[in-house]
Design a binder for this molecule. Sequence first.
Ligand code: SAM
Length: 265
Amino acid sequence: MKWNPAKYVQFASHRDRPFFELTQRIDIEAPRKVVDLGCGPGPLTAALAERWPDAQVTGLDASAEMIEKAATEHLRPNLAFAETDATTWTPEPGTDVLVSNAMLQWIPGHRELMAGWLDALEPGAWFAAQVPGNFGAPSHALMRELAGRPHWKARLEGLALRKDATAEPETYLRLLLDHGFDADVWETTYSQILRGQDPVLEWVRGTGLRPILSVLGEQDAREFEDEYAELVREAYPPFTGSEGEQLTVFPFRRIFMVGRKGPTG
Ligand SMILES: C[S@@+](CC[C@H](N)C(=O)[O-])C[C@H]1O[C@@H](n2cnc3c(N)ncnc32)[C@H](O)[C@@H]1O
């Protein structure tokens, strides 16, 4: 399944805000090594390099396309990018900050992986991650419902569209506490205002819908999108804003976790 960097940056302002709300809670002045795991196209990793100019900041991502875009567009002396699969990665000694924004939901069993990272981090190190908490929202429920209809089920055989791609906040809180971290876990639902025609479809095209579209041929993919767009239009009805433009409210729940490893963790 390929990531499309251009599609992903389309809603950058909505997607960037949680990253900054997450990382502002990391309270360290001069970290040595900082890792952004699942860094995507790079601008947010570059913001970390700017914040900590004396740190060696590394953005890691499993997508060659994302890494190519990041490494081409974000050049700084203390910043590097590398293609790496998080499922086989472990933090190097001296890693003082590990950030992962909007990646863990793509990894089944990510809590076991997280446990390994939390074990490997040294006392005083920070872990900060954000995951969507919206797999039960109409945007995803309708996707699963449509994919389960007989016409599509046959074409999407074996595709797992998980309702439990992420856990509830308490689960992450326990995980951090159990590994000796002082933890702060919270959730925010952003009432996002999207503009234009079928903006919810546009949004999920870059994320949640990708597993479905990547296994369908071009014609089937278009048909699936058309049927899905009709369902989400009802779930997220557009309305006319004060300047005559078409607006849609797309609520988006996100779960945040930040922790610092204690001296005996
Ligand atoms: C939703 S994007 C988030 C990008 C960036 N962190 C941001 O906040 O804009 C998810 C990223 O996770 C990456 N990803 C997914 N599975 C991964 C894995 N197993 N290892 C490393 N990166 C992965 C994808 O390639 C993609 O760039």
